[in-house]
Design a protein around this ligand. Structure first.
Ligand SMILES: [Zn+2]
Length: 488
C-alpha cells in the first residue's frame, strides 16, 4: 500500500520530469550546464508554483501553537515528517533528543472586570504556569509593598487578585523594586520585595495580576518544574492600559471585581522531544551534508507565525521545490526542524552533542528564524566568499525589490540566538540569513500578535526559492565550505 501511494503522490507532486530522469538513468553528477538548468527550474517553480503559504497556513491555523513538549508541537513534528514523505524525501523521521519532566497544554482563557463596570480583559499567562479551576471571581487589590503592609491586609488577600506593578530595570539591568514613592517614603529593599512576593504566593490569593510594559503581551516560561510541586497560583500578564485603569479605580476607592477563567493544564512527563529530519540523498558524497532548517517549536501566546512557522514553511517549501525540480545533489541536503529552541536551543545543541562525527561532515547549516522579512543576504568569512558569489549569482538581482548581498566577517563566532550557534561552536559553518523588508519582528515574535496575517506572502515565497538555490549550490560544490576563520 505504502509504495503505491508513495509513487502516485510523487508523480502528482513532481510532474513527470523527476520520474523520467530516474527511468532514463541520467548521469548522477550534473554537468555545469545541467546544474544551470536545475537552478532555472528551481527559480521557475519558486516563482510560478510556490506553496510556502500552504505550509504556513497548516502550521499556524490548523495546528496552532507549538510549545516544546505540548501536543501541538508533537502534531506539528508528525505533520512535517508526513509532508516531507509525501514530497518524496528520504529518511524522514523524528529523532528523539531529550525529555521534559512536565508537559503543558493551554486551553481557552477569558477574563473580565465585573465591577464597577464591565470590561473584557486582554491578558496572557506564561507557559508552565497555573490556570484557574473554572471561572474564578475575586476582588482586585494592590500588592503590599512591605511585609508590615502584607500583615495588615492579610484578610483582604483571601481570594483576591493582587496587582503587582511592572518590574523596572535598574542600571546594569538589575531589577529594581517597584516604583511608588511619590510621597517620599523610602522604597522597600530588593530583598523585602522578594520576601513579600514569596509570602503572597503562600496566601490564599486568586492570582497575581502583573502589568505588561507596553501593548505587547509576551509569553515565556520555565519548563524545569516538577510534577510533585506544580504551580498553583495563576500569574496573569494584563495589558498595561487595563492594568493602569484598574489601579486608578482602586486608588480612587472603587471596589473592583475581576473574574478569570484560564484553562492551563499540566501533563505528567517524561515528555519525549524530537527534531524532524528528512533528506535528499547526495549522489557523490552521500555522507556529507548541507543542512537547511529552523525551529518548529514556538511560544504559545499566539500561533508562532513569524517565530518560527515562517522558517519551517520556507524549509518545507525549499524541499518541495528541489524535489519538484528533480535535482540530484552531490551532497545530501538534510532538512532539520529543531524543537526546544525557545528554551535554549535545546534540540540543536543536543543533536550536535549526540552526533559529533556526523556533524563534522556538514558543509553548512542555513537557519531561517528571523521572521517574515525576505532573505536578503548571507554573512560569511572571506574564505567562503568566492563559493557564495557563485552559488547565489542567479538570485542576487532576480527581483529588484528583493536583492541579495554577500557580506564578510573576519571571524565566525558562535553568537546569536538560534540553532546555527551550536554548529558554529562545533566548528561548522553556521548561517542565520540576513533579512530585510517592511515587517517588524519585534512587534510580533513571542507576543499575542504572532499570527498568520503578520506574515508577508511574497517575502516568504522569495525566501523559500533563495534557500533552495543556496542549498543546492552548496551541496554541489566540489569541496566542503572552508573552516578558516571559524572560532569555536
Ligand atoms: Zn525563533
Amino acid at each position: 500500500m505504502k509504495s503505491i501511494c508513495f509513487a502516485l503522490g510523487l508523480s502528482l507532486l513532481l510532474g513527470n520530469s523527476f520520474l523520467r530522469a530516474q527511468e532514463t538513468n541520467e548521469p548522477a553528477t550534473p554537468s555545469p550546464a545541467a546544474a544551470d538548468t536545475e537552478i532555472q527550474k528551481i527559480i521557475q517553480i519558486g516563482t510560478t508554483d510556490n506553496q510556502v503559504q500552504v505550509h504556513l497556513d497548516y502550521l499556524t491555523n490548523r495546528i496552532g501553537a507549538r510549545l516544546t513538549g505540548s501536543e501541538g508541537m508533537q502534531a506539528a513534528c508528525e505533520w512535517a515528517r508526513g509532508r516531507f514523505e509525501e514530497m518524496g524525501l528520504s529518511n524522514c523521521r523524528l529523532e528523539k533528543w531529550g525529555e521534559f519532566p512536565v508537559g503543558f497544554e493551554r486551553g481557552p482563557s477569558s477574563g473580565v472586570m465585573l465591577e464597577p463596570k464591565p470590561m473584557k480583559l486582554e491578558f496572557g499567562t506564561n507557559a508552565w504556569t497555573a490556570g484557574t479551576r473554572g471561572r474564578v471571581p475575586g476582588m482586585a487589590v494592590m500588592a503590599p509593598k512591605t511585609m508590615k503592609e502584607l500583615e495588615s491586609m492579610r484578610e483582604s488577600l483571601d481570594g483576591a487578585y493582587v496587582l503587582t506593578p511592572p518590574r523596572r530595570r535598574g542600571r546594569r539591568g538589575r531589577r529594581e523594586p517597584p516604583a511608588g514613592n511619590e510621597d517620599g517614603a523610602k522604597l522597600p529593599s530588593i530583598e523585602e520585595t522578594r520576601q513579600v512576593r514569596e509570602e503572597l504566593m503562600k496566601c490564599k490569593i486568586a492570582g497575581i495580576v502583573q502589568s505588561t510594559s507596553d501593548e505587547r503581551i509576551l509569553t515565556g516560561g520555565r519548563y524545569d518544574i516538577s510534577m510533585d510541586d506544580l504551580p498553583t497560583i495563576p500569574v496573569i500578564n494584563l495589558l498595561k492600559t487595563q492594568w493602569d485603569e484598574i489601579r486608578d479605580l482602586i486608588e480612587e476607592g472603587e471596589k473592583v471585581e475581576l473574574a478569570f477563567d484560564i484553562r492551563n493544564h499540566f501533563r505528567r512527563g517524561p515528555i519525549p522531544l524530537s527534531n524532524v529530519i528528512a533528506e535528499i540523498p547526495g549522489s557523490e558524497f552521500p555522507n556529507e551534508y548541507v543542512v537547511v532548517g529552523g525551529h518548529i517549536d514556538s511560544w504559545d501566546g499566539a500561533t508562532g507565525a513569524t517565530d518560527n512557522a515562517s522558517g519551517c514553511a520556507t524549509t518545507l517549501e525549499a524541499a518541495r521545490i528541489l524535489m519538484a525540480a528533480g535535482i540530484q545533489p552531490k551532497r545530501t541536503i538534510r532538512f532539520m526542524l529543531w524543537s526546544g529552541e525557545e528554551q535554549g536551543l535545546l534540540g540543536s545543541k543536543a543533536w550536535v552533542q549526540q552526533n559529533p562525527k556526523q556533524a563534522q561532515n556538514i558543509s553548512a547549516v542555513f537557519v531561517h528564524d528571523g521572521g517574515t522579512n525576505y532573505v536578503s543576504g548571507i554573512t560569511c568569512t572571506a574564505a567562503m566568499q568566492p563559493d557564495f558569489e557563485q552559488i547565489f549569482a542567479d538570485v542576487m538581482q532576480l527581483d529588484e525589490r528583493t536583492p541579495f548581498a554577500i557580506s564578510t566577517i573576519d571571524t565566525m563566532r558562535p553568537r546569536g540566538g538560534s540553532d546555527h550557534v551550536p554548529f558554529i561552536a562545533a566548528g561548522i559553518p553556521g548561517f542565520f540569513w540576513n533579512q530585510s523588508g517592511r515587517a517588524t519582528y519585534r512587534t510580533t515574535h513571542h507576543t499575542q500578535y504572532d499570527t498568520f496575517e503578520t506574515v508577508v506572502p511574497e517575502y516568504q515565497k522569495h525566501s523559500a526559492l533563495v534557500i533552495a538555490v543556496g542549498a543546492l549550490g552548496t551541496a554541489n560544490l566540489d569541496h566542503l565550505l572552508p573552516r578558516d576563520g571559524i572560532q569555536n
